[in-house]
Ligand binder design. Sequence first.
Ligand code: BES
Ligand code: ZN
Ligand code: ZN
Length: 509
Amino acid sequence: MRDIIDVELKARSVELGKCKTDMLVVGHFSDVGGLDRICKSLDGKLAGAIEHVIKLGDFKGKAGTSALVYGGGRIAAKRVLIVGLGEKKKATIDTVRKAAAQAAKKAVAVKVKRLSVALHGAFGGKYDLTMVSRAMAEGIYFGSYRYDEFVTVEEDGRHDSLKVEFIDSDSVKTKKLTKGLLDGAIIGSAQSYARTLANRPGNVITPAVLASAARALARSKKSLTCSVMDEKQLLAEGMGGILAVGSGSVNKPRFIVLRYKGGGAGAVTVGLVGKAITFDSGGISIKPAAKMEEMKLDKSGGIAVLGTMKAVAELGVAVNVYGIIPSAENLPSGSSYRPGDIITTFGGKTVEVQNTDAEGRMILCDGLSYAVKQKCDIIIDIATLTGACKVALGQYMAGLMGNDDGLIKQLQNAAKQSGEEVWPLPSGDDYAKEMKSNIADLKNIGNKWGGACTAAAFLRQFVDDKKWAHLDIAGVEMFEKATEFTSEGSSGFGVRLLTSYLLNMAGSK
Ligand code: BES
Ligand code: ZN
Ligand code: ZN
C-alpha cells in the first residue's frame, strides 16, 4: 500500500521570467481584454506566445480551462500553464482555490516535479493576500489528490511528491504568501487525510479501525485527547441508538470522542457530531444493489469531524471543541435491528424503527445527547443523512438546517470563505409533527415528502435548548467522476467549512 502524493509548499521571491521550474502557473480572466501586467511582462520574454494562444482562440480564459505554453529556453521555466479564471466580476476567493486545484491536477497528470504558482497576481489587491494564499494552498492539496493506495499495477505511474512554491518578485508579498500558505497547508492536508480515510472501503475501515485512527491522531497532538466506548460501555451507558444500528454486523460499533482544548477559561465549547456508518447496506430494509458500493462513504460526516479536529489542533485555534463520532456498520443479519423495534436512546427518548435504512439519525441522536451532556454551547452535526437532500440540492451544496439564525449565518459565511457551499432548508414544527409515533416518542421516518427536512426535525428533538445546526452532506461527500479540479471519490467536504467556522469564531473573540 502506498502513500498519497506528498505536497511540499513554500513561498519565494523571484521574478517570473527567472523562475527555474517545471511549470509556472498564471491566471487569466475571460472578460479582461489583453494581459495583466504580470502576464504581459512574461509574454514579452516569450515573444508573445501567450497572446498568440489567446488570439488564436485556443484559450478564452473560461473557468475550468487552461493552456500550456512552452518556454523553449526563453525563460527559466520549462512550461507556462495559463489557467482560466472566468469572468472577473464573478470572481470569488474560491476562483483562486479552484484555479490552484486545476494547476495541481495538471501538474500531477503531466508528472512535473516542481510547480511555481503566481495565480494571485491576476487578482491585484481585491482580496487580502494572506487569504488568497491560504485558498491557493488548499487548492493545491485538493487538486493534486488521488486515491490509489491499493493500485499495484499501474501503467502510467506518478511521482510520490509535488514541490510547490508561490512566487512573487516583491518580498513583502512573499511574506504574506508564506503566512497564508502555512494555514492553507494544514487545512489542505487535513482534508486529504479525511479523503483517504473516507475512500477506504468497508472491509478496511470498520468502526474499531476508525477508532484506532482517531486514537493515533490524538497521540500525535498535544492538545487532543481521545476516548472510545466499545459495545460493553455503550450498553452500560444506555446508547440504544448506536447499539441498534450496529447489532447486525460482526464489526461492532464504537463511540469516538476527541477533545481539543484551545480556549481559555470561559471560552465557548463547540460540539461537532459526525455520522460514521462504515458501510450502509440499509440493513433489513436493504438498499437496491446499484451503486451500493458508494455507501462506504457513509462515514464521511464523522471523518470530516476527524479531519477538522486535526486541522484545528495544528492551527492552535483558540476554542474548545468536542469531536463526537458515533460509528457503526449497518448490515442485515440474524442479529440486526428490525422494522418495528422500539429503541430507547441515550437521551431517554424512545424511537419506533420503521425503516432500518434511516440509521444515521439513530446514531446521531445518541451523539447529540452526548454533546448536550458535555455542556457544549453550540452543536453542529454533519452527516450523509438523506437521499432526499441529494435530490433537492444536487451535488454542489450541502443542506443546512438549524435552530439559531446567528449560527446559520456564521456557517453561511464560512461556506463562502471555504468554497464548500451550503443552502438553507427548513426543519420546524410541521416537519417535527410527522416524526411522532403512536407507540413511542418518535419514529425514524416521515411520509414520502421532504425527507431531508423531516430527518433534521428528528435530530432537533435531541439538542435541548442548545444552539444547533445540521449539515446534510449527502450528494457533496463525493465526486462520481473526476472534475477539472480534482479526482473522483471522497471530496472531504466539511473539513474546510468547519475549520473556517472555528477559525472565524476564535478570531471574533
Ligand atoms: N446514507 C443514506 C443517505 C444517502 C443517500 C447518502 C445517498 C448519500 C447518498 C441514509 O442512511 C439513508 O439510507 N437514508 C434513507 C432514509 C429513508 C429510509 C427515510 C434515504 O435517504 O433513502
Ligand atoms: Zn441508510
Ligand atoms: Zn446512511
